[in-house]
Design a protein around this ligand. Structure first.
Ligand SMILES: C[S@@+](CC[C@H](N)C(=O)[O-])C[C@H]1O[C@@H](n2cnc3c(N)ncnc32)[C@H](O)[C@@H]1O
Length: 454
C-alpha cells in the first residue's frame, strides 16, 4: 500500500516537473538563476555588451568559454595562418624549370608575394587590435574572483600578459611570454583544437569592416541599402513605443544608421556570428582609425600589384554606439521568442539576410511570430539578393516568395517594383578583373496581428 502511494506520488511529481520544464516562466526563472551564477559555472563568462540569447545552458549576457576561445584563437592565429598560406605560393614555383623561375624574378612575381606578406602583417595588426579590444571588454565585465584564473589563462594563451590590480581586477599589460601556438596546452580542453574559426572567416570579417565602415565601400554598397530602408521607414514616423530589429546585421552599419536616424526608437541588431559581432563591438570601442588591405591575399583577377595591395582607410575614431542601439549576438530565430510584448509596431529590416536561411520558412515564421508580441502591425522591409547558401531546403524565386507571403496574410505597402536594374556590390573589388554585383529584391510588407494564415 505504502509502495503504491509512493509510486503514485512519484508519478505526479514527475508529470508536474515535465510540465514545469516546458513552461516559459520556469525556463526564465532557471535562466535568471544561471545568469546570476554565470561566471561561477565552469565554461561560462559574462560577455560585455554581447547579450547572448538564452538557449540550452547559455544565459543572457554570457558566451560559452569554448566558443569564445575558438573565435579568439582564430584571430590570434590569423596572421601566422595567412603567412603560411602565402608561403605556399612560393613553394609552388620551386618545381618550375630554372628559366621560368628567372622570368618570375624578372617580372617582379616574388616581389609581389613579399608585398602580400607585408599586407598580411598590416591586416594582422588590425585583427590583433580587435582581439585585444575583446579581451579588454571581457576583463572589464568579469571582475569576480572565480573568473580570474580562467581569464588569465585565456589571455595568456592568446599571447597577452595580464596584471592583477590592487583592486583585484585584471588588466592587459602587453604581449605575454607565451607564444600563440602554446595556447592549446593552456586553456583548450581536449577536442577543442581544430575547431578554431578559420583565417578565411577572420579575413571576411576584416572585409566586412570595410564594407560597413570605410566611406568608399559604404558609398557603393551599404548606402544604397540604407537609402531604400530609409525611404520605407521615414513615412512610418517611428516613435519610442516602436521597435526596429535588424537580423543578420554583420558588422553593424545598417543598424547603426537606422538607430541614428530614429534616435527615439529602440533598435536591436541580432547577429549570429560571434566573429562578426566582435568586429562590430570593436567598431564601438576602438576609438581609433584602422587601415585594411582587403584584397591583398587574392591572387586571381588582379590588374597589378599596387591595386592588389590597395589599402582602405576605416575611420572609426568618431563612431560611437547610439544610445538606442542594442547589439545582440545570437540566432534571430531564437531571439524572436525572447521579445517582450511591445506597445507599438515592430519593424524588421533585413538586408542580404533572407538567403542565409537553410529553410526560408523558418525566417518567415520567425518574423510572423513577432505579431504575437505586437498588438499593432508588423512591418518587414527587405533588401538583398536571393543567393541561397549551402544545402537550402527551398530556393524560391522572388516572385514565389512574394506569392508565399501574400498567401500567409502579408500585405504589400506599395506595388512591387519590376525594376531589376539596381545593381549592388557585396565586398566587390571594383579595381579588379572580376566584379560581382547583385540585383536587389526589395519589399515592404505588413502583417497585422491575427491575420497570419499559418
Ligand atoms: C550576407 S551577411 C550580410 C550582413 C549585412 N546585413 C550586410 O548587408 O553587410 C548575412 C549575415 O547574417 C548572419 N546570420 C546568418 N544567419 C543568422 C541568424 N539565424 N540569425 C542572425 N544572424 C544570422 C551571418 O552571420 C551574416 O553576418
Amino acid at each position: 500500500m505504502v509502495r503504491e502511494q509512493f509510486l503514485v506520488a512519484a508519478t505526479v511529481v514527475f508529470v508536474m516537473l515535465s510540465l514545469l520544464r516546458r513552461s516559459a516562466l520556469f525556463q526564465r526563472v532557471v535562466a535568471r538563476f544561471i545568469e546570476g551564477t554565470g561566471p561561477k559555472v565552469p565554461g561560462l563568462l559574462k560577455t560585455p555588451g554581447w547579450q547572448v540569447l538564452s538557449s540550452g545552458h547559455r544565459s543572457v549576457g554570457t558566451t560559452e568559454l569554448r566558443e569564445l576561445q575558438r573565435a579568439l584563437a582564430g584571430m590570434a592565429r590569423y596572421e601566422r595562418a595567412m603567412a603560411k598560406g602565402n608561403a605556399v605560393i612560393v613553394d609552388r614555383t620551386i618545381a618550375l624549370p630554372q628559366e621560368q623561375r628567372e622570368q618570375l624574378i624578372q617580372v617582379g612575381y616574388f616581389d609581389k608575394i613579399a608585398s602580400v606578406n607585408g599586407a598580411i602583417l598590416e591586416n594582422g595588426s588590425v585583427v590583433w587590435r580587435v582581439l585585444r579590444s575583446a579581451l579588454e571588454q571581457l576583463l572589464e565585465v568579469n571582475k569576480e574572483e572565480s573568473c580570474r584564473e580562467t581569464l588569465i589563462q585565456l589571455c595568456e594563451s592568446l599571447g597577452f600578459a595580464v596584471d592583477i590590480l590592487p583592486s583585484g581586477g585584471l588588466q592587459l599589460t602587453g604581449e605575454s611570454h607565451h607564444r600563440h601556438e602554446d595556447y592549446e596546452t593552456l586553456v583548450c580542453s581536449p577536442g577543442a583544437r581544430g575547431g578554431d574559426v578559420s583565417p578565411t572567416r577572420v579575413g571576411e570579417a576584416l572585409q566586412h569592416l570595410c564594407r560597413d565602415w570605410a566611406p568608399e565601400f559604404q558609398h557603393r554598397e551599404s548606402q544604397p541599402l540604407v537609402e531604400y530602408i530609409e525611404s520605407q521607414l521615414s513615412p512610418l514616423n517611428l516613435n519610442s513605443h516602436d521597435l526596429v530589429v535588424v537580423p543578420g546585421s554583420g558588422c553593424g552599419y545598417i543598424a547603426y544608421e537606422v538607430a541614428k536616424r530614429h534616435a527615439s526608437t529602440p533598435v536591436v541588431s541580432v547577429e549570429q556570428s560571434l566573429l562578426m559581432h566582435l568586429f562590430n563591438e570593436f567598431v564601438f570601442h576602438s576609438g581609433e582609425d584602422v587601415t585594411v588591405r582587403p584584397f591583398a591575399s587574392y591572387y586571381s583577377n588582379q590588374w597589378d600589384k599596387n591595386l592588389q595591395m590597395r589599402s582602405v582607410k576605416v575611420p572609426l575614431v568618431r563612431v560611437h554606439r547610439p544610445d538606442n542601439l542594442q547589439c545582440v549576438r545570437g540566432d534571430f530565430n531564437e531571439w524572436v521568442h525572447s521579445t517582450p510584448r511591445q506597445s507599438g509596431r515592430i519593424v524588421v529590416v533585413s538586408a542580404y539576410f533572407l538567403d542565409t536561411a537553410q529553410n526560408v520558412f523558418e525566417y518567415v515564421s520567425s518574423v510572423e511570430s513577432l505579431a504575437m508580441a505586437c498588438p499593432n502591425t508588423v512591418h518587414w522591409v527587405n533588401v538583398g539578393p536571393l543567393k541561397y547558401g549551402t544545402q537550402p531546403a527551398v530556393q524560391f524565386t522572388a516572385q514565389e516568395l512574394s506569392r508565399l507571403l501574400a498567401a500567409r496574410g502579408w500585405k504589400e505597402t506599395a506595388p512591387p517594383s519590376d525594376d531589376h536594374g539596381d545593381l549592388n556590390g557585396y565586398l566587390t573589388n571594383v579595381e579588379s578583373l572580376y566584379q560581382g554585383y547583385y540585383a536587389l529584391y526589395k519589399f515592404h510588407k505588413t502583417l497585422t496581428a491575427g491575420s497570419t494564415k499559418q
